[in-house]
Design a binder for this molecule. Sequence first.
Ligand code: SF4
Length: 731
Amino acid sequence: MAIKEVQTTCCYCGSGCQLLFTADTAANKILDVRPTWGRTNDDKACLKGWYGWDFLNDPQILTRRLRQPLIRRGGKGTPLAPASWDEAVAFVADNLKKIKDRWGPDSIMGAASARGPGNEPNYLMQKFMRACVGTNNIDHCARICHAASVAGSRQTIGEGAMSLSIPEIEDAEVIFNIGYNAAASHPIVARRIVKAKEKGAYLMCADPRVTETSRISALHLQLKGGTNLALTNSMAHVIIAEGLEDKRFIQEHTKDFEAFKAIVEEYPPERAAAITGLAPNDIRLAARRYAGSRHSVILWGMGVTQFSQGVEVVKSLCSLALLTGNFGRPSTGTGPVRGQNNVQGTCDMGVLPDVFPGYQSVADPEARAKFAKAWGVESLPAGPGLHLTRVPEKVVHEKDPAKRIHAYWIFGEDPAQSDPDLAELRETLAEIDFVVCQDIFMNKTSRQADAILPATAWGEHEGVYTSSDRGFQRIRKVVEPVGDVKDDWEIICLVSTAMGYPMKYAGAEEIWNEMIDLCPKFAGATYEKIERQGSVQWPCWDKGPQDRGTMYLHKDGHFATPDGFGLFRTAHYHPPVEVENADYPLTLCTVREVGHYSARTMTGNCRTLRNLEDEPGWVQISPEDCQTLGVDDGELVSVVSRRGRVITRCKKTERVKKGAVYMTYQWWVGACNELTISSLDPTSRTPEYKYCAAKVEKIDDQQWAWQEVARLYSQLRDDMGIQQIGKAVNQ
Ligand code: SF4
């Protein structure tokens, strides 16, 4: 037995925990994993860190690992068949070239991956789309989670990332968690929040549900869903009305205070109470507590961003911090805590329709000229590309073929599980002329692909992730990949070269070096420095050892806006797009579950995590609504919206208020996104996953319902090819 130890970064959330693997290299097997010291995690990990690597063993519980390229040689409607890499690359390149020649570069859409691949392939994917295809139609799943944080923060304070670091949270004096339950989404961040409480911090929480976070908070603002902006405007109102604002900070470091004040003046606590359902004095207390400390921190998650006013709420939260001077020192500031492991990094790499890597605008002629020269092309497109949430609009709702999306390369994501209104999404995929999926697993989207390109997984390749607090950290190969698979960056290079734009690299580090040379704020973050320090937080301007990176942003009140001033911004509240009525009397909100992740292809294929919970998931319903509906805990029910119907189990719980139901989003049979609405924030184009009208129906024939769940689950697994290869699924 030949044993090696490899340290790498967890692949599941933006906390960026460090894990130490022990592997038997002769048998190519992982023997053990344990957390080890890292900047963000000390030496701790959550259950996904401990048990979430089993998918590397391909236990084929939910779906199966891809081991060879698959193509539909005969076109749509013909079966997926194994192909050599040469044939698959030529097939993809020929089809993309034909579509580009006929319909133009903007007829092709690319979606890259905030999950396993790492920063380097994401850099190459946006380079491929911009330099080879000639379009800015490149995006990723930040669009459906924290794009509102990026847009809202950049418009107010100039940077879209967390202003503070995860370890600083434990020394905050006041922590305002809004739309964020760290215990479910980032357990290691939750640990810092608990430590802050132990050190005497005042915790307050705005969330419509009773959560682990609300339970440890001194103040729980259990507001009605979709009313965040009324609350934050009213908090600003109280702060100004009671003279609690930091007048000197406002004077010296901000602009547009008067316009902001004019809006929030219209939100006295009594008016906000009527909108939010909160007690006016609780709003006053929250405002006084927040303004009463120079070390107040705001942390938020998708309970802020996944609304049609998500960007406005982010701007309002940043403005609260400006109002009270809570920026530019340790343990203060704003924290949009990014969900997936590398969603911060994928934004950093310019996998967004409007910026190159390092947040350099595609509209800036100097930036375009710099990247064009480095990439060896005459010019690069200047107009912003398409947001991935608008792909259905550009397929099923676009009548002019010249303006449609005709090809979609989806790399490491599963929109047929994770996007809203899945019936519309399936129709979209069916109508697109050519769909490419590059992934590690068969998934719901790849069922509709014309070509499937199998990639190495986290644990099988080298690279860099960015943690939620801007920390570049290494990921490393633990085991050798099995089958005829390739690293993501290599696949992109092969297709690009076959399309006439040669890309060739020796490995991930060479790609990284090209990227940092083009991005001033990442320029000092060499592999060598990341290795030596363990983590380098951007901005890191200089390669020399004296620049160790940046722990917190906006030092001394100097913001990353063009003139260095923080800009006050907010807007008037309006209700969500689709509100409850007589036919759909409940509101549906989607939430996270700690043991499962994203589209579940990874955690659903880990035996220990699978054993925690399984299909068809749950819908959380209040005891009062259960009584009205005549349903009880554990009973199968139908949840119905204007867009679809799914079967799931009733979870009777006092954690939720009457009139609102909640579903976790990773289930394949109890798929909440069959029900969600595709209404978008007008700026970030993030869907309003957190609010649509729904109803719950009792199912009298429970035996039929369980058989139906089993049939649907079996059919999905058939589609993934589980039975075809004859492996046991219930290990
Ligand atoms: Fe992994 Fe996040 Fe858990 Fe840390 S907190 S072990 S990064 S899932």
